[in-house]
Write a protein that binds this ligand. Structure first.
Ligand SMILES: [Zn+2]
Length: 239
């Protein structure tokens, strides 16, 4: 009896953890209602590679428990492979999952992955590269979801910060316009575009994007414009 209640509570805890997922996603991708609207349909630059990585870890964790549920319970698969869909699916099956022989493992894995992503997105420093300051040339970072950013670069240690205000959308546009005809490593592209380095490499190997192999480092250098175009295609098809 005690055992039974313990397992039921576990199912409940899994459900409560999964309930936090939509809120985290909201913080990750602010919807236009919060911003000024300009360029809101464009993909935002990633907050950071760490956050994207934590998001994909969580998705893998949820997807693997969804697969176990589907196969062992003989129920239909989740409607989609996205975080919200997977979280909703597991919420529906949380009681069963809590009673599963690996229920404790499921609870731990899901709780860890959710907490990790939550911690990273909660960081006040979470920011996007907003472009270069036209006054001093310094790199300016904006808080996620903001339309303007202030250059805080100091010409010297005891000087006043530059203080020039940058339009985030404009700065990003200029950055990307310059970047279109440039080649960069997969890791560097992943730091300025919403794409994983491994995806860029995969596209390169399959010949979907232009690039060359650096003679000295033997590492691939990929045409940023091609990656942007392919990202646009992917998003248009997914929409
Ligand atoms: Zn400046």
């Amino acid at each position: 009896m005690i055992e039974d209640q313990h397992e039921r509570l576990r199912g409940h805890r899994i459900r409560m953890t999964l309930k936090r997922v939509p809120q985290i996603l909201d913080d990750l991708e602010p919807t236009p209602k919060r911003g000024g609207g300009a360029g809101s349909s464009e993909p935002l630059l990633p907050i950071s590679e760490t956050v994207l990585e934590a998001g994909s870890v969580l998705r893998n964790v949820l997807a693997s428990w969804a697969r176990i549920t589907m196969e062992e319970r003989h129920v239909p698969r989740p409607s989609r492979d996205t975080l919200p869909a997977l979280a909703a699916y597991l919420t529906y099956h949380s009681e069963w999952l809590g009673k599963h022989e690996a229920g404790e493992e499921a609870e731990d894995e899901i709780a860890d992955a959710v907490a990790n992503l939550e911690r990273l997105t909660d960081q006040p420093g979470a920011s996007v590269f907003a472009g270069k300051c036209p006054e001093c040339g310094g790199a300016v970072y904006a808080k996620e979801g903001r339309n303007a950013a202030t250059c805080s670069r100091k010409p010297s240690d005891d000087a006043e910060p530059c203080g020039t205000v940058i339009d985030v959308a404009l700065g990003r546009e200029q950055l990307l316009t310059q970047a279109v005809s440039m080649f960069a490593s997969a890791a560097d592209i992943a730091s300025i575009l919403p794409v994983k380095a491994s995806t860029v490499r995969k596209w390169g190997q399959r010949g979907h994007i232009g690039g060359y192999c650096d003679v000295e480092t033997r590492a691939g250098r990929w045409l940023i414009g091609d990656v942007m175009e392919r990202l646009n295609d992917t998003m248009t098809n997914a929409a």
